[in-house]
Design a protein around this ligand. Structure first.
Ligand code: SAT
Ligand code: MN
Length: 596
């Protein structure tokens, strides 16, 4: 297929504008085929950008430039027409000025390169919850990653030709090969030229200068969260930074749970967990993003808009996440900024193997005595979700799965109990709006400085966060809605001597069991000033070697601790000014009153 075959004038005009501006040598429309994927990988092996690994099968290693290793939040902008619509949690640029700057930056930016057109679907192509996008990029690395992370194919162009809307996603690494400029293994632009920009009113993304992760794989955070959150607000659905898991009880009863946690709280681990309690089963629907719409029965139905996992490699092991390891080991994966073993495999910190010698992510010889990390801390695997051994059979069901519970959480050494059920939806929204992790290594006797990350959406909400809280409240008022129950969990509580009070990992299934039973209205809770906590003896700790005093600390209300947190919540809420829904201050006042 060629650009000249496209008849939809909106798509064609947009493509032609960028082709004319960027001046690529070639234009290729991606078809999502294995043949094209293999051909691009082989091309990158020849150029030196990729190394073909000996294991796992059909997998590749690549390393980025040392300055292009993660999302760049400082260079990420919401270009809404009015600055106040971006809100206090986003950087903003005037859309007209930004576009004028791009006319200069993108001029000739693809000289000597191929421009790839990637038609992709977020979610199963036929799902009423899914949405389509077209990404233009000059990075073959982006193409092959998008082939794993999304559904790529020319069928999407047919849908657009038939009138389906699409999100315009423009990307260039910003490293033209003009004159004598030689190519490098990982082309990118200096940080002051990097821009990850979103035009919410136009449903458009323009990204310049970075080839890494969410900066460049525009279906993920840029589309599926920042742009989709705006679409969800306008259209009455939800685009959330949540994993989705399927929980099956020993009796065979099924419930689906969606959970939001800030980075580095183990979302992927929870999504693929192996329960420690007999007879319970956890299967995966998604590990990062959930799109949810009300069904005719009033329930919220969720899909995972992605088709792969873009997981943090360091810390992933047979202990922390055996099913992620099994997924990767089935092959067909791309490893970015991990270390390489001398027998052609991959390695990272906390890997199960303990090699004596490696090649580190910068391609330098490495031994345990080197004194530096072998893998970059944000090293990633890109791997197809379909090959996860515990992927739920219905993970691609176009109608989605009905959600019974939302979990929120953060990393809290103090104050916050193991599990706490919201008193009602509005209280649940308050819990989401006040999600936080401790930033400082707090003295355990006091409350640490909190970094608030409402709904784990801080860097991902495409509009004013106060309006986003309002949207959550509005969802709760939908007539006939059968809303999920909301819970707050904390696996990270510490004792006075600093030890973890809760074992975590597979034992988190004990908390899931309690949540499951509460969704069936089991009388297993006691009402407290902060919400419903497990009634004495209702959290299943059978077979768990946990001191009674630790269990008590995990499930009690630390009234003094909560009182000390209140001023930090007030400060956090003050940032949203008059766009903070009044219900949030009312919830805070009610909490204060209940604490006495
Ligand atoms: O780089 S991504 O945005 O895909 C992952 C992350 O930073 O959470
Ligand atoms: Mn994420």
């Amino acid at each position: 297929m060629q650009v000249s075959d496209i008849t939809n004038s909106n798509l064609k005009t947009w493509l032609q504008k960028w082709i004319d501006l960027c001046e690529p040598t070639d234009v290729v429309i991606c078809d999502g085929s294995k043949a094209q994927y293999d051909q691009l990988c082989n091309m990158m092996v020849k150029s030196g950008a990729f190394i073909k690994l000996d294991k796992p099968a059909n997998s590749y290693h690549t390393r980025s430039d040392k300055t292009d290793v993660a999302r760049v939040e400082d260079r990420t902008y919401i270009c809404s027409a009015r600055q106040e619509d971006a809100g206090p949690t986003n950087h903003w640029k005037d859309p007209k000025e930004m576009r004028a700057e791009f006319d200069v930056l993108f001029k000739g930016s693809m000289k000597g390169r191929t421009l790839y057109v990637i038609p992709f679907s977020m979610g199963p192509i036929e799902s009423p919850i899914s949405k389509y996008g077209i990404e233009i990029t000059d990075s073959p690395y982006v193409v092959v990653n998008m082939c794993i992370m999304t559904r790529v194919g020319t069928a999407i162009i047919k849908k657009i030709e038939a009138g389906a809307p699409f999100v315009k996603c423009m990307h260039s690494v910003g490293y033209p090969l003009d004159g004598d400029t030689a190519d490098v293994p990982w082309p990118s632009a200096p940080v002051e030229k990097k821009y990850i920009t979103h035009f919410p009113e136009d449903r458009e993304i323009i990204s310049f200068g970075s080839g890494y992760g969410g900066n460049a794989l525009l279906g993920k955070k840029c589309f599926a969260l920042r742009i989709a959150s705006v679409q969800a607000r306008d259209e009455g659905w939800m685009a959330e930074h949540m994993l989705i898991l399927k929980l099956t009880s020993p009796k065979g009863e099924v419930k689906y749970v969606a959970a939001a946690f800030p980075s580095a709280c183990g979302k992927t681990n929870l999504a693929m967990m192996e329960p420690s309690i007999p007879g319970w089963k956890v299967e995966t629907i998604g590990d990062d993003i959930a799109w949810m719409k009300f069904g005719p029965d009033g329930q919220l139905y969720a899909i995972n808009p992605e088709a792969g996992f873009f997981g943090v490699a360091p810390g992933t092991s047979m202990k922390s996440n055996p099913n992620a390891m099994r997924t990767i080991n089935r092959g067909n994966s791309i490893f970015t900024n991990t270390a390489i073993t001398l027998d052609g495999g991959v390695w990272w910190e906390d890997h199960d193997d303990k090699p004596a010698q490696l090649v580190d992510w910068r391609r330098r010889p490495w031994t345990p005595a080197s004194g530096v990390k072998a893998a970059h801390p944000n090293a990633r695997f890109t791997t197809p979700a379909g090959q996860c051994p515990v992927i739920a059979p219905e993970w691609e069901d176009p109608k989605g799965v009905p959600i019974s519970a939302f979990l929120f959480g953060g990393r809290r050494k103090t104050v916050v109990p193991l599990v706490n059920e919201a008193l009602d939806w509005e209280h649940g929204v308050f819990l989401g709006a006040t999600m936080a992790s401790e930033t400082t290594a707090a003295n355990l006797a006091e409350v640490g400085k909190l970094r608030f990350d409402p709904f784990a959406m801080l860097p991902f909400c495409g509009y004013h966060m106060g309006d986003y809280f309002k949207h959550w409240l509005k969802i709760g008022k939908k007539a006939g809605a059968k809303l999920p129950k909301i819970f707050y969990v904390n696996w990270f509580r510490r004792g006075e001597d600093g030890h973890f009070l809760w074992p975590g990992f597979g034992d988190n299934s004990r908390v899931l069991e309690w949540v499951f039973n509460r969704c069936n209205d089991a009388p297993t809770a006691r009402k407290t000033p902060i919400g419903y906590l497990p009634a004495e003896g209702t959290l299943n700790v059978k077979g768990l070697d946990i001191p009674a005093s630790d269990l008590k600390d995990l499930l009690e209300v630390d009234v003094q601790g909560w009182k000390a947190v209140v001023p930090q919540i007030e400060e956090h809420f003050a940032k949203f000014g008059d766009r903070l829904p009044k219900e949030m201050m009312q919830q805070l006042e009610a909490l204060k009153a209940r604490l006495g």
